[in-house]
Design a protein around this ligand. Sequence first.
Ligand SMILES: Cc1cc2nc3c(=O)[nH]c(=O)nc-3n(C[C@H](O)[C@H](O)[C@H](O)COP(=O)(O)O)c2cc1C
Ligand code: SF4
Ligand code: SF4
Length: 434
Amino acid sequence: MADLTTTFLGITTPNPFWLASAPPTDKEYNVRRAFEAGWGGVVWKTLGEDGPPVVNVNGPRYGVIHGADRRVLGINNIELITDRPLQTNLDEITRVKKDYPDRAIIASIMVPCEEGAWKAILPRVAETGCDGIELNFGCPHGMSERGMGAAVGQVPEYIEMVTRWCKEFYGKPVIVKLTPNITDIRYPARAAKKGGADAVSLINTVSSITSVNLDTFSPEPSIDGKGSHGGYCGPAVKPIAINMVAEIARDAETRGLPISGIGGVTTWRDAAEFMALGCGNVQVCTAAMTYGFRIVQEMISGLSQWMDEKGYTSTADFIGRAVPNVTDWQYLNLNYVAKAKIDQDACIKCGRCYAACEDTSHQAIWMHPGRVFEVNDAECVACNLCVDVCPVENCISMVPMQPGQTDPRTGRVVSPDYANWTTHPNNPSARAAE
Ligand SMILES: Cc1cc2nc3c(=O)[nH]c(=O)nc-3n(C[C@H](O)[C@H](O)[C@H](O)COP(=O)(O)O)c2cc1C
Ligand code: SF4
Ligand code: SF4
């Protein structure tokens, strides 16, 4: 079995699966059980400054989007940071860290954007012996209205300033957790790096309303007939998260900055994708909240089995391997030509591909008598829609045409050469450059 031991910021854990800062990591009881189940590390539920505890709502705090089989696709929450006293959390962190020296405990922190507030809390956090801190600049609700969370994460100058304070007042690794509620993720990441961050983690939750109750006309989750925006997470946000991870991994200004990947990690495959895009490890919240702590065991066995199959002996063998393959649209090879092909033995004759292509794509699928569906290469633009809507996995595949073959749609011979939009004759900029 492949060795999943992973070192992130000098912190070595038995596997790259950490629990993200959230209810699963809210207290000693949970974290001990999480470690017993096999999690490599946790980011403790966000700590706030000393004083009167944070007040949560006393009604529903989660909304949900279900798939057709009622599987949870996304959860939205209006929960705040920990509502337990700071000292209670610090005492618990100290005890758990002592008992689990081989696991990571990172303290997530959110205090007001004032130097004194950070200077006051950091030595107390350091005393716990935790392995590092994560700055919660991401929470989109409740705390941002008080000038914290996403309110800081949306202003790169604040990120840089607070990160610099933390590096000054704290000696161990500082991870900056980024909000996705921003137009271009590269700016906050660059600011974190400028401030001296050892790593960034992303994403925190996406600002959202999950649904509206059409009897009461209240957004859900509804508190006495009213709803508020919350933070969306779970499998639905993974595409947003991995795009943002990739943007940071390939940006010249942040390339090489360690990244902890978060957002919809539910299976070992999700984790491997985040890591292939440059993440040194991953953090998980919704999957643990939906399926319990033991889901990590499937992640561990799945990842190590895949690594064995591929001949990888360490996670370092595949971390970042997909980064060079992320490019901008104008560099995609316009000489690459493919055609959809239907496997008649696998086809269940449902007709979804036909309806999709006929009504909304390129009228490239014939329906022959007996509901036999066949692709007409002379019309197929290889858009992939039929593959996406077909209910049978691998029933339709995209088959690349070989150089020298003639594309019956365009009448052009497929070229073996790479050519992109920057040199294409229809590109006015390319012409101007000639
Ligand atoms: C109920 C709930 C509470 C959360 N609380 C925090 C928090 O206190 N601090 C924080 O940094 N992130 C918090 N998060 C965000 C998660 O740490 C994580 O970034 C997000 O859920 C995306 O990961 P996932 O798709 O695996 O859930 C919370 C998420 C949920 C669902
Ligand atoms: S790939 Fe697109 S154009 Fe080709 S058959 Fe499928 S849906 Fe039609
Ligand atoms: S969508 Fe798939 S299964 Fe349905 S008719 Fe088309 S190829 Fe066959």
